[in-house]
Each structure stands twice: as structure tokens, then as C-alpha cells.
Design a protein around this ligand. Structure first.
Ligand SMILES: CC[C@H](O)CC(=O)C(=O)O
Ligand SMILES: [Mn+2]
Length: 341
């Protein structure tokens, strides 16, 4: 395979996909998938709890396997790929990042809400000090106007990030909105621009292509759509589409198809598709990682999960406010009782 790449893909199934399987990855699953992705020449493979380093908790869901063990295992089987880790300041800590680097992580993605880049300077600086390739990851990008996004991206650039990502956490952005955001970042930043999609409105591929057209060179995908909500841009499909467009990823399409079919499909509890709930995530602009939490709350209170998700969207609830999901479910359920009597 060639190492000539126009676009550098980060495969996120072993991190974003953790949400979809309730953080139940085993060491064997992670090593098998990471080794195969490495052999397919994927340049970056992200491994962490779905909510990033330190995410294993009552609030976000306990991991079956300690993520540090998963990171170490993945790092031990890759030859050319770099292992990336996600860190949300406030969930993960500086010691977590140091430990991940010691175990073989080579890229740190520091994620904040789109209006809160100013919580990330210490983490970005530490990642750089550790010699890691450093990415600023602006989540829920649909919630801020483009000027705000640019302001926040510039902050991350000033802290030392090598790349800033527009992250469509809810899968809520429409193609023209992606176009405007990526173009504005390309016009305002000197560093790389990246894009991370969720497929809740079936727009992940279209949005990713628009982002690339506007100059994004760092792109996330999840193989077999193993990501939160309806998953991300499906990596093996993206690799094929980019190949048809003459855009080089350096990734082996046949190997990616085989990994999707033979290694990743069996990990899924059910095939990834746009269900009524994942559609509502995109429609209402809700964090994709809230999906299973909302379904659990709906079951507990005997209510429709779509009502919970719509209300979370109305309230503009963001990452870190997972406890609101139960609160909202309880309120909806109480309101229901009031109506009945
Ligand atoms: C909770 C972290 C989140 O899953 C990061 C991410 O992939 C996103 O915001 O889309
Ligand atoms: Mn995501």
C-alpha cells in the first residue's frame, strides 16, 4: 500500500463504538481489530472509553475492560498506525494522559463543548510536551454559529493544537452548514482542519465529502458504522468513495471490507441502522452518546424514548449533563400521571 495520502483517516470504532456496545470491549476484540486496521494501512486508530480517558464510571457507564489495558494491547499490535486517545477535560485527567502516552498512545484528541475551548490549554500543552500529535475536538458544533466556532478553534490553535476538528456529535449538521464551518476554519487557521460526523440524519457521508471539498484533511470514520447513535461515516465505504474520487487515503479497501464483515459485525449487538431514536438525535440535536442512556430511562419510566430525546434537545443539554436524562424522564413520566388523573 502507498503512504501517499490526501486525507488522513482516524478510525474511531474502538472508541466511539464503545458507546454502542455499552463499553464492553474485550482485549481480544480490540487487538484483533487494531491489528487488522494496521495491516489495512489505517494511519490513526482511536482507543478509549466512549467518553474518553477516565470515562468508566456510574455516570457514563463502566467499561468491561480497563481502557488503559485496551490502549496498551492495541499499541502492542500495530506497526505503522498511531494509537489515538480521547480526553475530555473534567472527565479525563493529566495523569490519565501521561499514562496513556506511556502505554503507547501517539495522538491525543482533547475534546470540549464547542463554546468551551478555554478548558483545554493545559491538556493541549501536556499532550505537546509528551510529544503526541495533538488535536482539538470541538464537540456539538451545530450549537454554535460559525463565528463562535472560529473563535474557539483559534483558541485551540493558540494553545498549540496541530489540528482542530468540527465535531458533529449529534449528527445534526446539514451539508451547507458543514461547508460554511469548514470553509471559515480553513480561512482562519494555519493548522489542519478535521471533521467528525454522525449518521443520524443519513448525512455523514455527504457532510464528510463536503468537508473534504472545503479543505478538511483529517477525517473520522467508524468501520461498519460502529459509533454512537447511528454511527459515524462508515470507514470502508468512505475509503471506496474517496478512491473513486481520486482522493488518496492509502487504505486497503478489500482488507477494510473483510474487517467490517468478519471482525466488527460480530461485535455489534444489532446491525447499525438509523432507528427512530437515532433519527431523533439528529433531528433534535442531541449528543449521540445519550442514545442508550435515554432508552434505559424510557424503559425505567415506561415512556417513549423519543419524548426524552426531544426534550433534551429543547433544553440544549450537553455532554457532562448525562444525569439530566433521568431527570427529564422522571418529569415526563410525572406529567403523564398528572394528565391521567
Ligand atoms: C462523549 C464524547 C463523544 O462521544 C465524543 C464524540 O465522538 C462526539 O462528540 O461525537
Ligand atoms: Mn462521535
Amino acid at each position: 500500500m502507498t503512504n501517499e495520502r490526501d486525507v488522513l483517516i482516524t478510525e474511531v470504532a474502538l472508541r466511539d463504538g464503545s458507546h454502542a456496545i455499552r463499553h464492553q470491549f474485550t482485549v481480544k476484540q480490540v487487538t484483533d481489530v487494531a491489528k487488522a486496521l494496521d495491516e489495512a494501512n489505517v494511519p490513526f486508530i482511536e482507543v478509549s472509553h466512549g467518553d474518553g480517558l477516565g470515562g468508566s464510571s456510574l455516570q457514563y457507564g463502566f467499561s468491561l475492560t480497563n481502557e488503559l489495558e485496551l490502549i496498551e494491547a492495541a499499541a502492542s499490535v500495530v506497526k505503522q498506525a498511531k494509537i489515538a486517545v480521547l480526553l475530555l477535560p473534567g472527565i479525563g485527567t493529566m495523569p490519565d494522559l501521561k499514562q496513556a502516552a506511556k502505554l503507547g498512545a501517539k495522538m491525543a484528541r482533547i475534546a470540549t463543548h464547542v463554546t468551551e475551548a478555554d478548558v483545554s490549554p493545559q491538556h493541549i500543552a501536556l499532550a505537546k510536551d509528551l510529544g503526541l500529535e495533538t488535536v482539538g475536538f470541538l464537540m456539538m458544533s451545530h450549537m454554535a454559529p460559525t463565528e463562535k466556532l472560529v473563535e474557539q478553534a483559534k483558541l485551540m490553535e493558540s494553545y498549540g493544537a496541530d489540528t482542530v476538528y468540527v465535531v458533529d456529535s449529534a449528527g445534526a449538521l446539514l451539508p451547507y452548514q458543514v461547508k460554511e464551518r469548514i470553509r471559515a476554519l480553513k480561512d482562519s487557521l494555519k493548522i489542519n482542519v478535521g471533521f467528525h460526523a454522525h449518521n443520524n440524519l443519513s448525512l455523514a457521508m455527504a457532510n464528510t465529502l463536503v468537508a473534504i471539498e472545503e479543505g478538511a484533511t483529517r477525517i473520522d470514520g467508524s468501520i461498519r458504522c460502529l459509533g454512537a447513535g447511528a454511527g459515524n461515516t462508515q470507514t470502508e465505504v468512505l475509503v471506496a468513495v474517496l478512491d473513486k474520487l481520486g482522493i488518496k487515503t492509502g487504505i486497503d479497501i478489500y482488507k477494510m471490507m473483510d474487517i467490517a464483515e468478519e471482525l466488527v459485525a460480530p461485535i455489534l449487538e444489532k446491525p447499525q441502522e438509523i432507528t427512530k431514536d437515532s433519527l431523533v438525535l439528529g433531528y433534535a440535536g442531541v449528543y449521540s452518546s445519550f442514545l442508550l442512556h435515554a432508552q434505559k430511562a424510557a424503559q425505567r419510566f415506561g415512556i417513549d424514548s423519543r419524548d426524552i430525546l426531544l426534550e433534551l434537545g429543547n433544553r440544549k443539554v450537553v455532554g457532562g449533563q448525562e444525569d439530566m436524562i433521568m431527570d427529564v424522564a422522571a418529569e415526563i413520566s410525572n406529567r403523564g400521571l398528572v394528565h391521567e388523573h
